[in-house]
Design a protein around this ligand. Structure first.
Ligand code: NAD
Ligand code: TYD
Length: 349
């Protein structure tokens, strides 16, 4: 095998698409998926690759240093693509410490193990996957650039910002070869239905209210998850060590408009009369400290590495809705058990 890549969080939403891309595109790489399988991790996301010769799954928590060491030794890890994290802003508001544990301490544990295991740092890469939320909120126009000062506003973004700083500190202090990318909101198949788009698809199907925080005027820049996976592939292979790359879709939408679009699409696909699903729209109490707008300037990645999003949003959202409608068993599985508890606590408290 040319490389033995540790992909953390590979059973989650974005991680599973990255794992599937690397396993199929690089048969000479060994892909080691390390994931502790929290509520957001689901091995069903990896059915297409689970029997591949170059794929291995290791159920290990980022907080277990000895487990991480054992994985590095057993698989002779050459590179890391680190995605494992607690990823949902609302959960970070109710339980910030869980985010400090996984996102900050877990990342530092992983950095320590990589630093201790690798001998010649120039021969290895530690790629840290992060979010545009570290830059804060764009209330007054403009775009996040790689040089924008960090200004995280939620416990989630504060924990991700902290992990980014640790990655840069390990490059500066110990000479580890690192790269960081900060991406905008992803959408697509396999996203846990606590996030806006899959939550609304699920609720429209089940005739449940569509909770819109505040006035629904907050803006997010949406990128199809497989485009993100391709950007990670590009940056992993062609990015310059020590650099940061912003990844985005040039695709800004107010939340309310996304939800209205989903209602129209679902009415058509479910054979409902036009306007039926939009009656489910329900304005609810705003999220605490709700960031107003995120928008990424992705021109560095376009100019330097030639990456561009491949899918128009209108096409991506149709594909996404089709996937959820065709994968009812997946939705039922992930929304059973704890999901009900979360939903009731969050929306009916
Ligand atoms: P996700 O919540 O769907 O998946 C996270 C995965 O990490 C799960 O499989 C979970 O089991 C695993 N995990 C959590 N804690 C762990 C621990 N302590 N040890 C080992 N595994 C653990 O998240 P996602 O949306 O796929 O996001 C992946 C990464 O991309 C995160 O680092 C996130 O910050 C970043 N990101 C996400 C988005 C987005 O829109 N979802 C945008 C930009 C960046
Ligand atoms: P989300 O998918 O949680 O991603 P993030 O908070 O990381 O951007 O939320 C996207 C936007 O949708 C955000 O502005 C919050 C809003 N939102 C709602 O209005 N209702 C909901 O039920 C959820 C989950 C999010």
């Amino acid at each position: 095998m040319q490389k033995s890549i540790l992909i953390t969080g590979g059973a989650g939403f974005i991680g599973s698409h990255v794992v599937k891309l690397f396993v199929s595109k690089y048969p000479k790489y060994k892909v080691v998926n390390l994931d502790s399988l929290t509520y957001a991790g689901n091995l069903e996301n990896l059915k297409e690759v689970e029997k591949a010769d170059n794929y291995v799954f290791e159920k290990v928590d980022l907080l277990e240093e000895s487990g991480l060491k054992a994985v590095f030794e057993k698989h002779e890890i050459t590179d890391v693509i680190h995605l494992a994290a607690e990823s949902h802003v609302d959960r970070s508001i109710s339980d910030p410490l869980a985010f400090v544990k996984t996102n900050v301490i877990g990342t530092v544990n992983l950095l320590n193990v990589a630093r201790g295991y690798w001998k010649d740092y120039d021969a290895h890469l530690f790629y840290h996957v992060s979010t545009d939320e570290v830059y804060g909120s764009l209330d007054n126009g403009g775009y996040f650039e790689e040089t924008t000062a960090y200004d995280p506003q939620s416990p989630y973004s504060a924990s991700k910002a902290s992990s980014d700083h640790f990655v840069r500190a390990y490059a500066n202090t110990y000479g580890l070869r690192t790269v960081i990318s900060n991406c905008s909101n992803n959408y697509g198949p396999n996203q846990f239905p606590e996030k806006l788009i899959p939550l609304c698809v699920h609720n429209i199907k089940n005739n449940k209210p569509l909770p819109i925080y505040g006035k629904g005027e907050n803006v997010r820049d949406w990128l199809y998850v497989i485009d993100h996976a391709h950007a990670i592939d590009k940056i992993f292979h062609e990015g310059k060590a020590g650099e940061t790359y912003n990844i985005g879709g040039w695709n800004e939408w107010q939340n309310i408009n996304i939800v209205k679009l989903l209602c129209e699409i679902m009415d058509r696909k479910l054979g409902r009369e036009k306007g039926t699903s939009s009656k489910l729209i329900t304005f609810v109490k705003d999220r605490a400290g709700h960031d107003m707008r995120y928008a990424i300037d992705a021109s560095k990645l376009e100019k330097e590495l030639g990456w561009k999003p491949s899918l128009q949003f209108e096409e991506g959202i149709e594909k996404t809705v089709d996937w959820y409608l065709e994968n009812e068993a997946w939705l039922e599985h992930v929304t059973s058990g704890d999901y009900q508890k979360y939903y009731i606590e969050h929306y009916q408290a």
